[in-house]
Design a protein around this ligand. Structure first.
Ligand code: NCD
Ligand code: ZN
Length: 347
């Protein structure tokens, strides 16, 4: 049995780092595992200008111990009123790596999101022309649409026409949860890819109601039926360059999860790589983990591969019930379980 696995240093292509004290609490977990991360811009107010992105990048770097080798890749949050010239300036200067489309009110801090993507012609034409990726939270927000159908309905009613109108636009359909999303991405051109979280290949929707309501298994898009988990899992381990690692680690303090109206988000950053490794091993394709975690993402973004390597060791790794203290205490994904892999400390 394989006892160690050495792969090129991975990146996280979808991450929430928050701000202030929470940022200081969580950033090191990601920097320990990943060389770069696409940092979601859903702060209040959202990160929608070059100036805001540069300031946020600096706060992230300041939140990490001196000498940490970690590169935050910043994202511009699209709003109805955003200026295409600001987006182009941000992308060409390296301030923005991508733009993020949150349909208004789809999830945490998305009140400023886009109300009608069809109004965004100037932005989309600019992005298509300069090759800038559009990262999409692919759910409709219509309250009449069943929450378990919102991704599939988005693909049919919004994404399919969008791709027809902008056939060369680079799109990442984020945190996919359904067989419809897998089929869509597989059938699309090489300019369309998807990120996959650990939770959506490990739990199905039963986990949210397992003997009682389980707020720490609740995220958006919400976990779906078993058949969808299996389809997304098969895509993740398939070796296709269209699918790559994006944790969607989304920390919320325990009190904001365990309450009458708990926030959506699973905090998986501390053991993300171990969690994915277990899935790839269970599927008998540990040799494909490197592609998913370290190669497909940079190739899609047109960025260099990371230089360094990391090693996973086969060691039983108990996951604590909680991490951090007081108002900043968090429950990690896999709390109370024992994982089979551990990321070795750097020599
Ligand atoms: C994210 C958050 O908390 O910011 N929550 C989540 O469940 N994934 C928002 C998001 O990415 O949808
Ligand atoms: Zn997210």
């Amino acid at each position: 049995m394989t006892q160690t696995l050495t792969i090129r240093r991975p990146d996280d292509w979808h991450l929430h780092l928050r701000d202030g004290d929470m940022l200081k609490t969580v950033a090191h977990y990601t920097a320990r595992q990943f060389a770069r991360a696409i940092v979601m811009p859903n702060l209040t107010p959202p990160v929608s200008t070059v100036e805001a992105a540069n300031a946020y990048r600096q706060r992230i770097l300041d939140a990490l111990p001196q000498g940490t080798d970690f590169t935050p890749l910043m994202v511009c949050y699209l709003t109805d009123s955003i200026d295409p010239a600001e987006i182009e300036r941000g992308y060409t200067s390296g301030a923005f790596a991508a733009c993020k489309l949150y349909p208004a009110h789809a999830t945490t801090n998305s009140a400023h999101g886009v109300t009608d993507i069809r109004k965004m012609t100037g932005v989309l034409e600019t992005m298509q022309r300069i090759g800038m990726p559009l990262l999409i939270h692919g759910e409709v927000t219509d309250r009449h649409v069943d929450i378990f159908d919102r991704e599939a309905v988005f693909i049919e009613t919004i994404l399919t026409p969008l791709v027809a109108d902008y056939p060369d636009l680079k799109i990442v359909l984020e945190h996919i949860t359904t067989s419809e999303a897998v089929d869509f991405v597989n059938a699309a051109g090489p300019n369309i890819a998807a990120t996959i979280t650990p939770q959506h290949i490990i739990i199905n929707r039963n986990a949210i109601f397992d003997g009682g309501i389980r707020p720490h298994a609740y995220c958006l898009p919400v976990a779906k039926r078993e058949q969808h988990r299996l389809a997304v899992r098969a895509a993740a381990v398939s070796g296709s360059p269209k699918f790559f690692l994006g944790t969607d680690s989304a920390p919320h303090a325990i009190g904001r999860k365990e309450t009458a109206c708990g926030c959506a988000g699973i905090f998986n950053a501390p053991y993300a790589l171990e969690s994915y490794a277990q899935v790839f091993e269970d599927e008998g394709v540990l040799d494909r983990l490197e592609g998913f975690a370290s190669l497909h993402g940079p190739r899609f973004y047109g960025l260099p591969l990371n230089e360094g390597m990391v090693t996973l060791e086969r060691v039983d790794t108990p996951v604590p019930d909680s991490l951090g203290e007081g108002a900043l205490a968090l429950v990690p994904f896999h709390a109370g379980e024992t994982l089979r892999w551990r990321l070795a400390e750097k020599a």
